[in-house]
Design a protein around this ligand. Structure first.
Ligand SMILES: Cc1cc2nc3c(=O)[nH]c(=O)nc-3n(C[C@H](O)[C@H](O)[C@H](O)COP(=O)(O)OP(=O)(O)OC[C@H]3O[C@@H](n4cnc5c(N)ncnc54)[C@H](O)[C@@H]3O)c2cc1C
Length: 266
């Protein structure tokens, strides 16, 4: 994987729910020295291209304590990726449901102990949230750079539009919000690098950076006027890509839940 030769996929979400992951219903039943997995996973990135899947499945009773994590080779019989979803953006990263129909996995492919899968899933999401925050900062920076370049060139009323205060202030706000999101993201990443607790800070960075990216990319479309709305310029795509960042790795409502729970504990 580190050499870029193997691709993995993360299979937590299901058709009936993503936010309430602890309620997942895919089952892995122990049968001798194998587990047999049955169920359907939803929205799986790399579903068709992955070499293996990290599958979170129920090996015990209800709730988070009944969930385990299994490493499953993609060519195992019974794994059936469904047709790719027709998404608003992220067209270079197809997603689809995967049906697991009597998929037999050697018992030594259990990651950690039985019943510890939910914690593994949540730790992966903590890390993933840093990645999504970084994506949001980069996406917003690209939108700002493009909008500034355009606003310097485009003239109306005989003046470059960047010199109209209404537009210049909008660009100033965009630049400021990006700097703030970058700082939050780096702060959370540095905590992780130092081995310090970073879960709440990662949630804050993901929440702030992705809401910021949605606003900044929408404003970038506005700066270009009608030209912002057509595919000849990249900003309409940036706006569509920003939307998904508010949804993946836990929606921004779930980030608020994580942050507010940390406040109620302290
Ligand atoms: C492009 C893309 C790629 C993805 N890749 C993967 C992947 O590789 N692996 C994977 O496992 N999943 C993946 N997902 C799934 C993603 O994690 C879920 O879509 C997400 O967690 C939300 O779950 P849901 O879609 O079921 O929405 P729901 O959980 O049904 O939520 C619907 C709405 O209700 C809100 N809501 C839910 N609960 C609460 C609450 N307690 N308080 C306030 N509001 C609440 C949500 O914020 C949302 O606005 C992907 C999704 C997309 C769109």
């Amino acid at each position: 994987m580190l050499g870029g030769e193997l691709l993995g996929a993360y299979c937590l979400s299901e058709p009936a729910g993503g936010s309430d992951a602890a309620a997942l219903t895919t089952r892995a039943v122990r049968d001798g020295d194998t587990y047999v997995i049955d169920g359907t996973k939803a929205w799986i990135t790399h579903a068709h291209d992955a070499d293996f899947f990290n599958v979170f499945a129920r090996t015990g009773g209800p709730g988070p304590g009944g969930i385990s994590c299994l490493l499953v080779d993609a060519n195992t019989p019974g794994i059936v990726p469904q047709a790719p979803e027709r998404t608003m953006g992220l067209h270079a990263s197809p997603i689809s449901q995967i049906a697991f129909d009597g998929v037999r996995v050697p018992a030594d492919r259990l990651v950690g102990e039985e019943g510890t899968g939910f914690g593994i899933a949540m730790r992966a999401l903590d890390s993933g949230r840093l990645g999504i925050a970084a994506c949001a900062v980069g996406l917003a920076q690209a939108a700002l750079d493009y909008a500034v370049g355009y606003a310097r060139e485009r003239e109306q009323f005989g003046t470059p539009i960047i010199d109209f205060q209404g537009l210049g202030f909008m660009l100033a706000d965009m630049a400021t919000q990006i700097s703030a999101a970058r700082a939050l993201t780096l702060h959370a990443a540095r905590l992780r690098d130092r081995g310090r607790p970073y879960s709440t800070e990662a949630a804050k960075a993901k929440l702030f950076a992705t809401d910021m990216a949605m606003k900044v990319t929408t404003d970038a479309v506005q700066v270009l006027g009608g030209y912002g709305y057509v595919a000849d310029h990249p900003v309409e795509r940036y706006m569509r890509e920003a939307k998904v960042l508010q949804i993946v790795e836990g929606t921004n409502q779930i980030q608020r839940l994580v942050i507010s729970r940390s406040l109620s504990k302290s």
